[in-house]
Design a protein around this ligand. Structure first.
Ligand SMILES: Cc1cc2nc3c(=O)[nH]c(=O)nc-3n(C[C@H](O)[C@H](O)[C@H](O)COP(=O)(O)O)c2cc1C
Length: 206
């Protein structure tokens, strides 16, 4: 393992459960692979601009036909794609916001899911190009979505699995820190379960 990319998307810093448990996964991985380089992209603390007109027009044009603004928009995306493609392991730390992912993470996804770079259109349909990677996705939620009445409202895990799979990242382990808004006992249970899940996820990745 040469490189780990952490994409963190909670604005709560050290208080964030997703960030804390992603940290446990990374500590476990780096203790087994001290040579691994860790790259941290905190999209909550350093938000990426949402994609705009310059970007969506630019990605359909050859480089020499792009305006300076379009070239700049693509350069931001290219740097993020390069960072992702260089990683052997991707760790996503993700709060659930309104049943889905934070818009800061969506802005990152909109920049890295790129035709010709992380997926290709083929005669057989789209094909992921970001292959050969493993991912650990750490999900923090106030409620419980892995089972029970709220399960159908979990657009966080299903979306992330879909979009990662679309670009070719299919080896995905999930850690759920869930039920943390449901009282003291539920928090204790959530943290104990999440600790066991991080160990399992890290073992599966190594
Ligand atoms: C704006 C906002 C929206 C939220 N939406 C949901 C939600 O839809 N479902 C849920 O279970 N928890 C929701 N929560 C609670 C968070 O998922 C929970 O606090 C989680 O721990 C946040 O992740 P973090 O600890 O990594 O910051 C929301 C919190 C905020 C601030």
């Amino acid at each position: 393992m040469k490189s780990i990319l952490l994409v963190s998307s909670s604005p709560r810093g050290a208080n964030s459960y997703s960030h804390q448990f992603a940290g446990h996964v990374i500590a476990d991985l780096t203790s087994r692979h001290p040579e691994a380089r860790l790259v941290v992209r905190d999209v909550a603390r350093e938000p990426l601009p949402h994609i705009d007109e310059a970007f969506v027009n630019a990605i359909t044009l050859p480089a020499e036909k792009r305006s300076p603004a379009q070239s700049e928009a693509v350069a931001v995306s290219d740097a993020l794609v390069d960072e992702l493609l260089a990683a052997d392991v991707l760790v996503l730390a993700v709060p659930m916001y309104n049943f889905g992912v934070p818009s800061s993470l969506k802005a990152w996804i909109d920049r890295v899911v790129r035709a010709g770079r992380t997926f290709a259109y083929t005669e057989k349909g789209p094909q992921g190009l970001a292959t050969g990677k493993k991912a650990v996705v750490v999900l923090a939620r106030g409620g419980v979505y892995s089972d029970g009445p709220m399960k159908a409202l979990d657009f966080q895990e299903s979306y992330l699995r879909s979009v990662l799979g679309f670009i070719g990242i299919t080896n995905v382990k999930v850690v759920r820190v869930e039920g943390i808004a449901m009282g003291e006992e539920a928090v204790k249970k959530a943290l104990t379960s999440a600790k066991a899940q991080t160990e399992e996820a890290a073992r599966a990745v190594v």
